[in-house]
Design a protein around this ligand. Sequence first.
Ligand code: ADP
Ligand code: ADP
Ligand code: MG
Length: 538
Amino acid sequence: GCGICVHKCPFNAITIVNLPEELEEGCVHRYGVNGFALYRLPVLKEGMVVGILGPNGTGKTTAVRILSGEMIPNLCGSNDSWDNVIRMFRGNELQNYFEKLKEGNIKKVVKPQYVDLIPKVVKGKVRDLLQKADEKGILEKLVEELELSNILDREIQHLSGGELQRVAIAAAMARDADFYFFDEPSSYLDIRQRLKVARAIRKLAEEGKSVMVVEHDLAVLDYLSDIIHIVYGKPGAYGIFSMPKGTRVSINAFLEGYLPEENVRFRPYQIRFTKLSERHSQAGDVLVEYPRLVKDYGSFRLEAEGGELYKGEVVSIVGPNGIGKTTFVKMLAGVEEPTEGKVEWELKVSYKPQYIKADYEGTVYELLSKIDAAKLMSNFYKTELLNPLGIPELYDRAVNDLSGGELQRVAIAACLLRDADLYLLDEPSAYLDVEQRLAVSRAIRHLMEKNEKTALVVEHDVLMIDYISDRIMVFEGEPGKHGRALPPMGMREGMNRFLANVGITFRRDPDTGRPRANKEGSVKDREQKEIGEYYYVS
Ligand code: ADP
Ligand code: ADP
Ligand code: MG
């Protein structure tokens, strides 16, 4: 078993509470007397992308503030000099780095996590912002790589989340620095954009730069990292950077919930991906047959072919941003009237919108108990939904004061607590860290299977899509102009169709079964494209 004492953490997982003695020496920074403590630091390597994988609140940003020279770590005491830091890291790979940092010879650039805050501090046109940042004279190349040409003359204030994200990434890459840090570069982006960004970030490393990335989409993290540090601990209390390992080994260990070198189990269960052939596609009874639906906004038109949904299945909705996924879900939810066709059914529908607002005066407990007080008490819902999503810890909080990730978890719980035949969840993984995404995926799967209900889930995270889906609905067309929704189809056919549009192939990891993106032009990539199998076979 696990060599150290364990206790339950907010996410129903197991975390260490009594730190092993040798770790006390690795205490790098503590906020205040009993505040959050950070143990060890990630390494930085020239010419490499170092990925950081772990829950929110475990010190990732703190580590970056230290490595970027913004903050001298107090070494969990009263230290205020770099010399002591250099002494502590003597013989470590970071010694050299800290020496340079002390001399002021490190220039860093940070792409912040919350890009939606950028318009509050930066005004003006996209072009001006990027020109100011362009120390390397690579603006034109970046504009092409990140597909920014259409928005160059727009005001920052008028950009969508996905556009802000790409502008922020371009601005960071245009700067001439030694150390580049990208905090969650995939938020708001669709799969194609995520992999484009990943490629652009990898290029920085190929130019010899040190790059560090925090990322919660595991397929993207896998694709862009050379090595990965897993961070574990107790969110808000302490965080420990594990030894860096290869990308594949690290992500597999993470899914396993166990770090062999440290002998630490940080989650009581492992995550496994089932073979596509084992999904119970079309096995259940038909829940509903929905008709062809059209929505015409004038400048945008969505045409959705009719289809069938089955009881007990989860269907993922995939496609680029601006293709009409939210519009479709809104029509099924009865929020938006179709221009052609009618949603006439007796079904009870529970809907979690993409953009959630905290417009409720009261606590989380009050909100949820109004939906179904009995379910809050039931062991089934505690085990399958509430505890894994960390909801009980939020019961006394005012809904208006929740952070983005907390609000998302509450909104998902509220949606799944409602009595319904059909559950519609629009981008449930937004604002969630990787541990929470896995917990949400499991909850959706188990609840639909066990209650024989149906869920439609709009999602961009490929591991989540693979984990939860029995079938898949593909949206195609020209973003912002017209979209076409195909009927739900089997995973193999659907993923092939979808990934052919995107131009990316995936293979399956032999140990965990998780999907891994092939590098563009690699042997596997070329072979799979040739035979038209974009998603792994078997
Ligand atoms: P992550 O980036 O992994 O989400 P952070 O490094 O931002 O984690 O924060 C880790 C913990 O440290 C937070 O839960 C917070 O409680 C604490 N913390 C962060 N910044 C400060 C600060 N300036 N003062 C006191 N506590 C802080
Ligand atoms: P997705 O969810 O796939 O990103 P949406 O369904 O949100 O796409 O939007 C598809 C297109 O429809 C976008 O170009 C969007 O600007 C447009 N659109 C969405 N809602 C409205 C509306 N109420 N009026 C006009 N255009 C809209
Ligand atoms: Mg949407």
